[in-house]
Design a protein around this ligand. Structure first.
Ligand code: NDP
Length: 246
C-alpha cells in the first residue's frame, strides 16, 4: 500500500508509533522515526524493522523544540528525496485533578502534544506543498473529543490537535495535501500500563467491544489514512475506541 513512499513518525519506537512504523515498513515505506530518550527501544526497533528491507532512519530529539522538527524534515528529505507522510504521534500525559494541576503540568503537555505537532506540521507541509502531495496524520484522543477528569491539560492539547487538523486541511487541500486526525480510546501501551487491573476492568465495562485496543488496531487506521485508499478523505477526526465514546 505504501511502496515507494516515505514517512516521518514522531514517537516511533514504542507503543502506537512503533506499530505504525512496522505497518508502514511492511507495506513498503521508508521511515524516519523520532524518539526522545529510550535508546534501548530505538535500537531494538532499528533491528526489528530491518527485516522489511526498506530504509529505517532513527533520530533522537524533543518534539517540543522547534529546531528538532526542522532537523528531522531536512534529514528525511536528504535520505528519501521527498516526504509523503507525516504522523504526529509523540505524546505525553501528566494527569492531575484541576485544583492540583500546576502551570508547568499544563505547559509541558501542551508543548509536547500540541506545539510539537504544530512544529512538525509546519515543517513537513512546506515540503509537501512543493510536491503537491502528502498525507499528515495527527494523533488526538477521545479525551480531546469528550474530556476526562484528571486530564484538563491532555484534553486541551488533544482538542487543539483536532482544531489544528481542520484548519490545516482547509489551507493545504488545494495543494493535494490531506490532514486528518486519529482519536484513539483506550489502547494497550506503556501510557495506559500505569492503571491497575481493577481500573482496566472498569474501563473495559464502558467499551462496547469489551476490550482495550491494540497498537496494531490504530496502525491499521493510520495505514489507510496514509495510503491512496483514503485519497478523498481530509479534515476528519476518526475515533478508534471500540465504541467507548458513543
Ligand atoms: P507511549 O508512551 O507508549 O509512547 C510515546 C512515544 O512518544 C515514545 O516513543 C516517546 O519517546 C515519544 N515521545 C514522548 N514525548 C516526546 C518528546 N517530547 N519528543 C520526542 N518524542 C517523544 O505512548 P502511546 O503509544 O500510548 O501514545 C501515542 C500517541 O497516541 C500519543 O500522542 C497519545 O497521546 C495518543 N493516544 C494514546 C492512547 C492510549 O490509550 N495509549 C489513547 C489516545 C491517544 P521515548 O520512547 O524516547 O520515551
Amino acid at each position: 500500500m505504501l511502496k515507494g513512499k516515505s514517512a516521518i513518525i514522531t514517537g516511533g519506537v514504542r507503543g502506537i508509533g512503533r506499530a505504525i512504523a512496522e505497518a508502514f515498513c511492511r507495506n513498503g515505506a521508508d521511515v524516519l522515526l523520532c524518539y526522545r530518550s529510550n535508546d534501548a527501544a530505538a535500537e531494538k526497533t532499528q533491528d526489528e524493522l530491518a527485516q522489511y528491507g526498506t530504509k529505517v532512519e532513527i533520530l533522537k530529539g524533543d518534539v517540543a523544540d522547534p529546531e528538532f522538527a526542522t532537523e528531522a524534515i531536512a534529514k528525511a528529505k536528504e535520505n528519501f528525496g521527498k516526504i509523503d507522510i507525516l504522523v504526529n504521534n509523540a505524546g505525553i500525559t501528566k494527569d492531575k485533578l484541576l485544583i492540583q494541576m500546576k502551570g508547568d503540568d499544563f505547559d509541558s503537555v501542551v508543548d509536547t502534544n500540541l506545539k510539537g505537532s504544530f512544529y512538525f506540521l509546519k515543517a513537513a507541509s512546506s515540503v509537501m506543498i512543493k510536491q503537491r502531495a502528502g498525507s499528515i496524520i495527527n494523533l488526538s484522543s477521545v479525551v480531546g473529543v469528550k474530556g476526562n477528569p484528571g486530564q484538563v491539560n491532555y484534553a486541551a492539547s488533544k482538542a487543539g490537535v483536532i482544531g489544528m487538523t481542520m484548519a490545516a486541511a482547509k489551507e493545504l487541500g488545494r495543494r493535494n495535501v490531506r490532514v486528518n486526525a486519529i482519536a484513539p480510546g483506550f489502547i494497550e501501551t506503556d501510557m495506559t500500563d500505569e492503571l491497575n487491573d481493577s481500573q482496566k476492568a472498569k474501563m473495559n465495562e464502558v467499551i462496547s467491544l469489551g476490550r482495550m485496543g491494540s497498537p496494531e488496531d490504530v496502525a491499521n487506521l493510520a495505514l489507510f489514512l496514509a495510503s491512496d485508499m483514503s485519497a478523498y478523505i481530509t479534515a476528519q477526526t476518526i475515533c478508534i475506541d471500540g465504541g467507548m465514546s458513543i
